[in-house]
Unconditional design. Structure first.
Length: 318
């Protein structure tokens, strides 16, 4: 671990400094009593510095997060995505949780914004992909092809030098055509260098990666992005369906978004689906996919395997 290495190097440097000081003092025939006094003072300062650095000082949340990433405390959970017409599994979205040493799972709302602000989001996402690549192949051994696996990517990650190789490494852990990667573009930051971003996304599409615009309508996105970027699918945020009731006025906004997506020939996935009424109404609107607690919360890999064995037709009214 990076921090453990720093501590070891720090301790070795302290020991070396003490030995050098002692050697110099002996060489100049300084009385032993003064050597002991000076070494005691030096050790006191070193001890105080160590106590301040690692015990007394207020913890730095960014350093804690960096250490959590290094120690694989950021773990993947999987939320199923289903076809709206049959209820059959379409794929999963891989979501990050912070599993503390005490066993608590920390919500991403507590650390993802911090990761994005600090630049740690790229190594965090890379570690998440690596862990998912270890867990999913056995679960998907008998799944229908292709099984879609979605990750959230910031535009800074997509435009980084490692993005394409990160995706290739992940896909290389599965048999050919077993899965299809979906890159969900986060909208929590404005899109910069749109031309370069468009070029990267088009290259990924050429390698059968689906490009999705996440949380559509809640961030920086606008219609210009839909026209400028090669988007395959939009994910409609749950705020658009939270108020969905039997009253006609409650459907106007979601109807507009769905109709717009259809006119642009985009696939539509609705997030945050929690009630049977939402399911039935959105099925009538012929959206493509559902994701939400009505079907399943985010689950660990072993729970995902059990969930995939369920009877999909039980979700829909006959």
């Amino acid at each position: 671990m990076a921090k453990q290495k720093v501590k070891i190097i720090f301790a070795l440097c302290c020991m070396l400094a003490i030995l050098l000081c002692a050697a110099v003092l002996v060489a100049f025939n300084v009385p032993m009593v003064w050597i002991l006094v000076l070494l005691t003072v030096l050790m006191t300062f070193i001890t105080a510095a160590v106590l301040w650095r690692y015990v007394i000082r207020e913890p730095n949340p960014y350093e804690d997060l960096e250490l959590a990433i290094e120690q694989n405390e950021i773990v993947p959970l999987y939320q199923p995505i289903v076809h709206s017409d049959t209820g059959d599994v379409y794929g999963v979205e891989v979501l990050a949780r912070w599993a503390t040493p005490s066993g608590e799972l920390v919500s991403p709302a507590s650390f993802i914004p911090m990761a994005e602000e600090s630049g740690l989001i790229i190594p965090l996402t890379r570690k998440l992909m690596a862990q998912a690549a270890l867990e999913l192949p056995a679960i998907l051994a008998t799944s229908k092809n292709p099984f879609h696996v979605s990750f959230n990517f910031t535009t800074s990650h997509i435009q980084s030098d490692t993005f394409i190789e990160d995706c290739r490494t992940f896909l290389g852990r599965f048999p050919k055509e077993r899965i299809r990667l979906t890159a969900e573009i986060l909208e929590r930051e404005p899109f910069e260098k749109v031309a370069a971003l468009k070029e990267t996304l088009a290259l990924m599409q050429a390698h059968d990666v689906t490009i999705a615009l996440d949380d559509f309508g809640t961030g920086y996105s606008n219609l210009n992005y839909l026209n400028a970027l090669p988007i395959d699918l939009i994910k409609i945020d749950k705020i658009f369906i939270n108020g969905l009731t039997y009253e006609d006025t409650s459907t106007r906004l979601i109807d507009l978004v769905i109709d717009m997506a259809k006119s642009l020939k985009l696939s539509v996935l609705v997030e945050g689906v929690e009630t049977s009424y939402q399911v039935e109404y959105l099925r009538k609107k012929k959206v493509d996919y559902f994701q939400g607690y009505f079907f399943s919360p985010p689950v660990r890999a072993d729970e995902l395997a059990s969930w995939m064995a369920r009877d999909a037709t039980t979700y829909f009214t006959k």
